[in-house]
Design a protein around this ligand. Structure first.
Ligand SMILES: NC(=[NH2+])NCCC[C@H](N)C(=O)O
Ligand SMILES: O=C(O)CCC(=O)C(=O)O
Ligand SMILES: [Fe+2]
Length: 319
């Protein structure tokens, strides 16, 4: 995308009052999303309606490295959201071509747009703010029936050139008996630590579901409950197939990566964080195709804020 194509929209978004991550009114306003460049809108429409492509990157969103200021070191900095709100709003505008960006009440203070940057205390944990530790591959929010249909990552800076990794379910070549087991609801998926949920009783789920020829995937192996030996062998076969088909993408400032969270898994390579205000920094959005499915989890009637502990669903469960 030619940066000129979004410059006027970005300029307009810069003049918005500070909303502190509460974008409900903005999201309700149809005029905000009609303005995104046509080629990008067509790509997103194709992801939504044809489920193809499964992963896409839109390049050329202008990032003013000086104006966005320092990469935060933790959550105490009161200014970083103001400095980057126009980029958050732009990302929300793109998301609206796919569906609805939404927030989890217990993740990043219920904000619709998440910040992904390294935090010293998390360096070796399985969380987005890790660095020296690889983020093992996963479906985003795999434990939850109302997990996002799409994940969007907008890169503000990435001097370490840490790669985002992903693998597409359509690329996996698995023996029938392995597919059978993965299609059987017999795996317990626990929430990852970014959701601050202690224990959650989860129903056994399948890791693959839908059309056997083009399966949907739902799993975060690091946070799966232990299984017996026979199933462990099955899982290991799946894991090596995912590893074999894993791709790397180094996001550069202004790159917006969109992943279909039903048809791809993703993770991130380790990197060395410096905590000098120049570290890698992304904005992340969870996007749903249909917020009606999650009505039972809406927090106080807010359809874009989901209670992550509300796991029961009468509508859609992937089992
Ligand atoms: N295998 C994993 N590391 N899973 C957790 C992924 C990252 C998590 N969604 C977060 O926001 O921090
Ligand atoms: O940092 C990245 O490139 C992706 C990290 C990730 O998996 C996430 O934030 O959900
Ligand atoms: Fe992720």
């Amino acid at each position: 995308m030619d940066p000129e194509e979004v410059a006027p929209l970005l300029e307009e978004l810069r003049s918005r009052p500070f909303l502190n991550g509460r974008y409900d009114a903005f999201q309700d306003e149809p005029s905000t999303w009609t303005a995104i460049p046509e080629r990008a809108a067509r790509c997103l429409e194709s992801m939504r309606r044809r489920e193809h492509p499964v992963a896409a990157v839109i390049r050329g969103i202008p990032i003013d490295d000086e104006a966005i200021g320092a990469t935060p070191l933790d959550w105490s900095d009161p200014t970083f959201r103001q400095r980057t709100q126009h980029l958050e709003l732009l990302a929300v505008a793109f998301a609206t071509s796919l569906g609805e960006a939404f927030a989890w009440d217990r993740q990043q203070d219920g904000r619709v747009v998440h910040d992904v940057f390294p935090i010293k205390e998390h360096a070796d944990q399985q969380i987005n703010s890790a660095s020296t530790m690889r983020i093992t591959w996963h479906v985003e929010d795999a434990f939850h029936p109302h997990r996002p249909d799409y994940v969007m990552l907008l890169c503000l800076r990435n001097p370490q050139r840490a790669a985002t990794t992903f693998s597409l379910a359509d690329d996996w070549d698995l023996p029938d008996h392995v597919v059978d087991e993965l299609f059987t609801p017999q795996f317990r998926q626990l929430p990852d630590i970014s959701h601050s949920i202690d224990v959650a009783e989860t129903e056994p789920r399948a890791l693959l579901f839908g059309d056997r020829r083009h399966p949907y995937v739902c799993g975060d192996p690091y946070y799966l409950s232990p299984v017996d030996e026979r199933l462990q062998a099955v899982l290991n076969q799946w894991y090596s197939e995912v590893e074999r088909t894993m791709r790397d993408m180094v996001l550069c400032p202004g790159d917006l990566l969109i992943l279909d969270n039903y048809r791809a898994v993703h993770g991130r390579a380790p990197f060395e964080a410096l905590y000098d205000g120049r570290d890698r920094w992304l904005k992340r959005l969870c996007v749903s195709r249909d917020l009606r499915r999650s009505a039972a989890a809406w927090v106080q009637g807010n359809r874009r804020l989901l209670d992550s502990t509300a796991l029961a669903s009468t509508a859609v469960v992937n089992a």
